[in-house]
Design a protein around this ligand. Structure first.
Ligand SMILES: C[C@](O)(C(=O)O)[C@H](CC(=O)O)C(=O)O
Length: 305
């Protein structure tokens, strides 16, 4: 059913639907979907919740993930993913684009755009990928104030506090910050860039009852673990933030090389989504049928026979 008439879209707010998915006993699998098309493909593969990565979004815009894009640019991505898929979406809110009031503006904007959850991190600008070195950490109390601001502004949005402290303050620092952020109103914790299974295990043990997110980004510091392995470690959510974009980018690179080399895309055709497949994913026929039914309904009777 096209979103334009939308009587098959979920009625409950996305935040409530994200919370319900999170309360299920199995780990919540959140594949990155960097645009509406990726969201539809992830949904077709059977996923029922998604992740919008700052790294993937900025890279798709040809930019590095240094906290330089704006709330409205992110809202553009949220809207297309929520509209196309109808799935609850966790959005990367970086550092919240400023201090308390900026964080509150972000929360309202993201929620109104259709987000179900957001994560907010304790880095200072320019923030960077959690798996890089020399990250600058915010003061823990300043971050807690931002978490409190986010919790105050949300209606249903799930608030996840990310801490980048493990690299510089160790597990003790990460756990102390996580506790503070939970006290400030966070619904869950994202301990970023853990480098061993033992670290995942220790964080789990020292934060009993706290919902935890694992980040399975490729080419990072975290060892390659499956969703099942994270579930067995007691984690509640797992993201594969940039995977869809990495695969799409590599395919594009091959296409442009082939075009430059051959002056034709022929060699790449077997690797292409066909026209029929594309139209199937985006539901072209359903939109056309909708248009047709509207056109029919306004034809006056005297013109019909
Ligand atoms: C989760 C993350 O913030 C993202 O933007 O998706 C990144 C992912 C990455 O750069 O691999 C991160 O900082 O881990």
């Amino acid at each position: 059913m096209p979103y334009l008439i939308a009587n098959d879209l979920p009625k409950a707010p996305a935040g409530q639907r994200f919370r319900a998915a999170l309360s299920r006993p199995d780990i919540l699998r959140l594949p990155g979907a960097h645009n509406g098309q990726a969201a539809l493909q992830a949904k077709a593969a059977g996923f029922d919740a998604l992740y919008l990565s700052g790294a993937a979004m900025t890279a798709s815009m040809g930019l590095p993930d240094l906290g330089i894009i704006t709330v409205d640019e992110v809202a553009f991505f949220i809207r297309q993913i929520a509209r196309a898929s109808g799935l609850p979406l966790l959005v990367d809110g970086d550092t919240g684009y400023g201090e308390a009031l900026n964080v509150m503006h972000m929360v309202r904007t993201f929620e109104e755009a259709g987000a179900g959850a957001v994560h907010l991190e304790d880095q200072l600008l320019p923030k960077k990928c959690g798996h890089l070195n020399d990250k600058k950490l915010a003061n823990a109390r300043d971050m807690a104030a931002k978490v409190a601001a986010a919790a105050r502004a949300r209606r249903d949005l799930v608030i996840i506090a990310r801490t980048d402290a493990a690299a510089s303050e160790g597990i003790d620092g990460a756990v102390a910050r996580a506790k503070l952020y939970i006290e400030a109103g966070a619904d869950a914790i994202f301990p970023e860039a853990l480098t061993s299974i033992e670290m995942f295990r220790e964080i789990r043990a020292r934060l009993p009852g706290v919902k935890l997110l694992a980040n399975m980004t490729e080419f990072g510091r975290t060892p390659a673990l499956t969703a099942q392995e994270f579930e067995d470690l007691g984690y509640d959510m797992v993201i594969w933030p940039v995977s869809s974009l990495r695969v799409a980018n590599k395919a594009q690179e091959r296409l442009y090389a082939a075009l430059a080399r051959d002056g034709a895309a022929t060699a790449m055709i077997p690797q292409m989504q066909t026209r029929a497949e594309l139209y199937e994913v985006i539901g072209l026929n359903a939109f056309e049928m909708l248009d047709h039914s509207i056109a029919q309904s306004v034809v006056p009777e005297w013109q019909q026979g």
